[in-house]
Write a protein that binds this ligand. Structure first.
Ligand code: FMN
Length: 417
């Protein structure tokens, strides 16, 4: 379809039948953005409901929560929500209703960080194999130990249990986090997974953990509940997960009945969601070329996240049929009202710009931007306006101090429990 026709059609605002029971009111999704708004013993707070109400009120069709941990002993960051049992059912229900009462669908993103967990936060980290981080990242993340076969079975079961609790709390669906270098992605990657048992050794065996997690989630939520996956198109790491591996994983999940596939890319070592092509107005998204290959291979609804900024770019991508849902992260963290404009064919007045501290060693780290945007999410959750001009260096200092304090409080609360 021609670029101008796509804009006229304003495809972004058209509904999408996701499953036999779920219709999204439009094709604009807030991609998962870790909020770190839980207590230091990882219980959700009403701030989460406030934040998600804001995005639902501005018209977003689908809201995907920041990553929720399936094991409170294995956190990615201090302040992550963990769901292991029903102790927080009331707050979870309020969080889900904040979106659904205003017509948005909300999916809970479930994750296990594996080795990608801030140093000192957990009592040691696990991964498919004890592969150390690259030199630049070794100050942030420690070398993990190899996870045992019994622990693998436990983690698989935990994904299913957390999903069943989210279903009971009223979330529209769940999304399994298989991207960005976390545990599932580690299993998929020949760089991180050097196992020679049934969980590694060949691409097929490296996919087995992902398939087992999906199968267990499906078993615990039943056949009709929406289950999505976020997967990397590739890790962009030498010896890592490639587009070919990703396509094979997608094909196997499609065959097994997954309801939505979200494409992203990168890891904290290689850079999360980094641009893979020079952007143009019509192809501003990073992973469109890969999305077109996925589209040719499977018929499952497809969401692509990374780089979308303008109504024209979003409508053009929908117009060429490369995807069904446009995922947006950073723009909605600095402008929660952006959906209102975008759905009317207008752009946000805010620009997503690179966030820098001016210190080269820090600016090279993939997590720098995430820290800055997380502070903006926290402002929105408190009913304040985001600060698009907030200094990168200030955000970095504030977060490092906050994270040190959070790690201390998390460890202390855990010791008392
Ligand atoms: C503050 C922040 C937190 C994020 N947390 C998550 C997360 O919990 N899970 C996830 O899959 N992606 C996470 N992401 C990545 C986004 O979902 C998205 O893939 C990325 O920001 C690229 O999209 P964008 O160019 O629209 O920002 C996060 C991104 C930011 C900026």
């Amino acid at each position: 379809m021609a670029y101008s026709t796509a804009i006229e059609a304003n495809l972004l605002a058209t509904p999408l039948k996701l499953t036999s029971t779920i219709v999204l009111r439009n094709r604009l999704a807030k991609a998962a953005t870790s909020e770190t708004l839980a207590t230091y013993d990882n219980r959700p707070t009403m701030r989460l409901a406030e934040l998600y109400r804001r995005w639902a009120a501005s018209g977003t069709g689908l809201l995907i929560t920041g990553n929720i941990m399936v094991d409170r002993r294995a956190l990615g960051e201090p302040g992550n929500v963990a769901i292991e049992d029903e102790r927080d059912m009331l707050v979870l229900q309020a969080w889900a209703r904040a979106a659904t009462d205003l017509g948005a669908a909300i999916f809970a993103q479930l994750n296990h960080p594996g080795k990608q967990s801030m140093k000192g936060l957990n009592a040691g980290t696990i991964a498919p194999s004890a592969v150390p981080f690259a030199k630049e990242m070794a100050s942030l993340f420690e070398t993990p130990r190899e996870v045992s076969a019994v622990e693998i079975d436990d983690i698989i079961h935990r994904f299913g249990r957390s999903a069943a609790i989210c279903k009971k709390a009223g979330f529209t669906g769940v999304q399994i986090h298989g991207a960005h270098g976390y545990l599932i992605n580690q299993f998929l990657s020949p760089h991180h997974n050097l196992r020679e048992d049934k969980w590694g050794g060949t691409a097929e065996k490296r996919r087995r953990f992902l398939q087992a997690v999906y199968a267990e989630v499906r078993r615990q939520v039943g056949p009709n509940y929406p289950v999505a996956i976020k997967l990397n198109s590739a890790d962009f790491q030498r010896g890592g997960f490639t587009e070919e591996d990703s396509l094979a994983a997608i094909q196997s999940l499609a065959d097994a009945g997954i309801n939505l596939i979200e494409i992203s890319g990168g890891t904290y070592e290689s850079g999360v969601a980094r641009p893979v092509k020079p952007t143009t107005a019509a192809r501003e998204a990073f992973f469109l070329d890969f999305a077109e290959k996925v589209r040719a291979a499977v018929r499952v609804p497809l969401m692509v996240t990374g780089g979308f900024r303008t109504a024209a770019g979003m409508n053009a991508a929908l117009g060429i049929g490369a995807l069904d849902i446009v995922g947006v992260g950073r723009l909605l963290a600095i402008d929660p009202d952006a959906p209102r404009a975008l759905l009317n064919g207008r752009n946000s007045t805010h620009l997503v710009r690179p966030v820098k501290t001016g210190i080269k060693a820090i600016d090279g780290l993939g997590i720098m931007e995430v820290l800055w945007y997380t502070l903006q999410l926290k402002r929105i959750a408190k009913g304040r306006a985001p600060r698009p001009n907030e200094s990168g260096l200030w955000a970095f200092i504030k977060t490092i101090l906050g994270s040190g304090w959070g790690t201390f409080r998390t460890r202390r609360m855990r010791a008392r429990a």
